[in-house]
Ligand binder design. Structure first.
Ligand code: DON
Length: 300
């Protein structure tokens, strides 16, 4: 792991940090972290693996898991499971497809999933539920929301406001748009380290179970399906390239993190804040490509 971290540290090509959420623009482009937890619970980590960063869209994997646990396959009435081939914040398909987002990982789809978790609760309760779930998965009660990031996104999230209102007009959202977006902005602003993220992802590498406790987080069938959606949609219009180069289910966030799953083998988290044109971590993807090649972990 330290070999990969060193290689990444030396590369001159680092991508550009996200600036559309002003608070994220403060991230250090030189940072790089990686953490891998295998089936036996062995942790290999290197670089800035303990530094907290904004998990952003990676949290959508966990909200999807929670929502499936709550309403089961009824969730698929509100959101599809096809790759969009469009940027994560695109609005074009929504009108053509009557307000039903293509998949749970583009912003519109994740807002619809958040709306399902919110149903019948106060925003604070729904957020508490999401946070508790993340803390339990990572076995770390210190995981928290970065309020500065949440406020920054709320101030500038005009696209998401548009997406949510558009879906509301088609009856895809049940709750007041402000409530749903409030929960969405806050769960995207959860701060985590590579180590915490790799811990939280273990159930996806272990047929839905926490390998340490044996606790069933989600059924093996659903875990497989979440992995399938991560593979096909986890990197938006960069999902094909990620599958081609890395060959693992993965979910990126504009904070520069990626959670990747080697089914039956390991949960992997990488972080480097510089992004490529599709909004996915540039060095994160290269590091995962290197790792899967060296370990022979591609699922193909
Ligand atoms: O809604 C947004 O735009 C952000 N909170 C999340 C976007 C994101 O992480 C896309 N990932 N690559």
């Amino acid at each position: 792991m330290s070999e990969i971290a060193e290689e990444m540290r030396q590369r001159p090509d680092r991508g550009d940090v996200a600036t559309y959420i002003p608070e994220l623009a403060r991230a250090d482009r030189q940072a790089f972290g990686i953490a891998v937890i295998d089936n036996a619970g062995q942790i290999a980590a290197a670089g800035d693996c303990e530094t907290l960063f904004s998990a952003q869209s990676i949290t959508k994997v966990f909200t999807l898991t929670l929502a499936l646990g709550m309403v089961g396959d009824r969730l698929w009435r509100r959101v599809g499971r096809e790759p969009s081939g469009n940027p994560f914040n695109s609005i074009v398909q929504l009108e053509l497809e009557k307000g039903v987002p293509r998949n749970p990982f583009i912003n519109a789809g994740a807002i619809a999933v958040t709306d399902v978790i919110l149903s019948g609760h106060q925003p604070r309760e729904a957020l508490g539920e999401i946070l508790r779930f993340m803390r339990e998965l990572a076995e770390d009660p210190t995981i928290a929301i970065d309020e500065a990031v949440a406020a920054s996104e709320k101030r500038t999230g005009f696209r998401n406001v548009a997406l949510a209102n558009f879906m509301k007009s088609y009856g895809v959202l049940d709750n007041p748009v402000d409530f749903t977006l409030g929960v969405y902005f806050h769960h995207c602003a959860i701060a985590m380290s590579c180590r915490q993220l790799a811990m939280a992802g273990r159930y996806l590498a272990h047929e839905g179970r926490n390998p340490a406790t044996g606790f069933l987080v989600i059924s093996p069938e659903r875990a497989r399906r979440i992995n399938a959606i991560m593979l096909t949609c986890g990197h938006y219009d960069g999902s094909g390239e990620f599958a081609y180069r890395v060959g693992l289910p993965g979910k990126s966030g504009v904070g520069g993190g990626i959670l990747a799953i080697a089914p039956g083998k390991a949960s992997i988290a990488v972080w480097s804040p510089g992004l490529d044109a599709a909004g996915n971590s540039h060095l994160g993807r290269i590091a995962l490509e290197t790792l899967t090649k060296r370990m022979g972990w591609s699922i193909f």
